[in-house]
Design a protein around this ligand. Structure first.
Ligand SMILES: [Zn+2]
Length: 507
């Protein structure tokens, strides 16, 4: 069976409606009746056919594991471990994969919390990504008003607790079909830590972990359901340090050379430069150390600088320019300086052929249904965050055009997408217009709205993977689009020499 292209239902449903219009009990002809019958039978039998045996089995598998997947998601939600510290969260996912018969390799790419779970053998090799890190300071109970679970602690404000659980559920559903002989090939689940800081996937990509993979599938928790065919921004993070000479700020300031003067001059330069960059460029910085006390001329300062643009090719010249500014600031303040690369990520390489496969499966699954309590919870979140109280949005929209300048955020899925064709999905786990990276996402991710989205994502991804396993020509079309979009650009991981920054607390 094929799942690509426009759904024939889109053609037959209007025909059916047309027949219904003609349908009048009093003067229905035999011809009208047969026409009506034909359309009914064709429309519904086609829908049945599209949901083939494999997909029915996949949905049953996700449902079978439902309680465990929800528990995994909730446990990771409660742990809320941050970048590279996700030891228990990683273990929960890896252990469950191992129990299910996957061969699990832990601590890959020199990252203790990164792992690969593999099942099956031979081609095709299809993989799925699972993130599980939380964000600092966003602790929240599963309630529709702001109320921290542990004051000051971390929380899953990006929904990565559901991300990991759903992807594992999808991998298991495929594994069961390989095990019973329905599908042939290899399924890999990648446990990918530290998406929120440092971008762990870059080191995993650099270690060649996707080299034998044909197609990768991923998703992200969202406030709507869509086969995601939009890119993200490329970004680069680097650290600038200034080294001066300490002195008494009033007694003998002429003996001092101020590292914080250099820092101020540097940020002034960056802020003037904003006027002369393209509108798609973003520059932000975080002053990490600007001196300790007022009566000492600071001999050290440090800032975390970030540059983004729609594409890496646009970002790099801006990066080179703001690096040079560090030298200018150091000259003016008569101090020394050092620029160090932290890490940088690519924009996502979109795959529309893959998006079409995902879209056809979303149409098969249909929207998520919510209870009155869940809709009320969603409206509560909207009220608390000053949004219109419209509730949940889980409608299946048509596949969108891919925008030239998508704006928005960045993800290290970008680096994966430059090394293997990637199919992406967004699934509703929070009400419409929910502020992301906020307590509101944490709240929904710990209750049934999040659970429903997580299980839905598991089904949509595994159905899409099943299409790839069953149709080599789909893998071929996804791959050929990938080759075309990548062109002759050679991927180059934007990371410094040496091991990943596992123990770099805060700098
Ligand atoms: Zn995220």
């Amino acid at each position: 069976m094929s799942s690509s292209g426009t759904s024939p239902r889109a053609f037959f449903i209007p025909l059916l409606l047309l027949s219904l219009r003609k349908f009048k009990l009093t003067n229905m002809t035999f011809k009208n009746f047969i026409q009506l019958l034909f359309c009914f039978v064709f429309t519904f039998s086609y829908a049945q056919n599209k949901m083939n045996k494999t997909k029915k089995a996949i949905i049953a598998s996700v449902e079978n594991h439902k309680d465990n997947l929800i528990k995994i998601s909730d446990d990771i939600w409660a742990l809320a471990e941050t970048a590279f510290e996700e030891h228990q969260s990683s273990k929960i996912l890896a252990d469950y994969a191992e129990q299910q018969g996957f061969q699990v390799e832990r601590g890959v790419a020199d990252i203790p919390t990164a792992f690969v779970a593999t099942f099956g053998s031979g081609k095709p090799v299809i993989s799925v990504l699972g993130e599980f890190d939380a964000l600092p300071g966003l602790s929240q109970k599963a309630e529709p008003t702001k109320n921290p679970l542990n004051e000051g602690a971390a929380g899953h404000g990006c929904g990565h607790n559901m991300f990991g659980a759903a992807s594992l559920g999808a991998a298991i559903a495929i594994k069961e079909q390989i095990e019973n002989g329905t599908l042939k090939g290899t399924i890999k689940f990648f446990g990918t830590p530290s998406e929120e800081k440092y971008f762990g996937k870059i080191w995993m990509v650099n270690a060649g972990l996707w080299d034998d993979v044909d197609v990768n599938v991923s998703w992200h928790p969202s406030a709507s359901i869509e086969a995601d065919v939009q890119s993200t921004l490329a970004l680069i993070d680097f650290k600038i340090e200034f080294y001066g000479q300490a002195a008494h700020a009033s007694g003998d300031p002429w003996n001092g050379r101020s590292a914080s003067d250099a820092l101020e001059l540097y940020t002034t330069g960056v802020n003037y430069y904003r006027e002369h960059v393209r509108p798609t460029v973003r520059m932000h910085y975080h002053i990490q150390d600007g001196g300790q006390v007022v009566n000492v001329v600071p001999d050290y300062s440090r800032l975390w600088m970030r540059v983004r643009d729609t594409k890496r090719s646009g970002m790099m010249p801006v990066y080179e320019q703001v690096k040079k500014m560090a030298e200018g600031a150091a000259i003016m303040a008569n101090v020394d300086y050092k620029v160090s690369l932290i890490s940088g990520i690519y924009e996502v390489l979109v795959n529309r052929e893959g998006g079409k496969i995902m879209q056809s499966n979303l149409e098969l699954l249909g929207p998520i249904e919510y209870t009155d309590e869940e809709i009320a919870f969603g409206k509560g979140i909207q009220e608390a965050t000053g949004k219109k109280q419209v509730g949940m949005d889980s409608a299946i929209k048509p596949l969108e055009e891919t925008q030239e300048h998508p704006g928005g955020g960045s993800t290290d899925v970008g680096d994966v997408s430059w090394n293997v064709p990637n199919i992406n999905l967004g699934v509703t786990v929070a009400p419409k217009d929910t502020p992301w990276h906020s307590w509101a996402v944490v709240a929904c991710g710990g209750m049934s709205i999040g659970h429903k989205g997580m299980l839905y994502a598991a089904k949509a991804m595994s159905m899409t993977m099943a299409d790839l396993f069953e149709n080599p020509e789909l893998v071929k079309s996804v791959k050929s689009e990938y080759e075309k979009r990548k062109g002759d650009e050679v991927y180059e991981a934007m990371i410094p020499e040496g091991p990943p920054p596992i123990s770099n607390k805060g700098n």
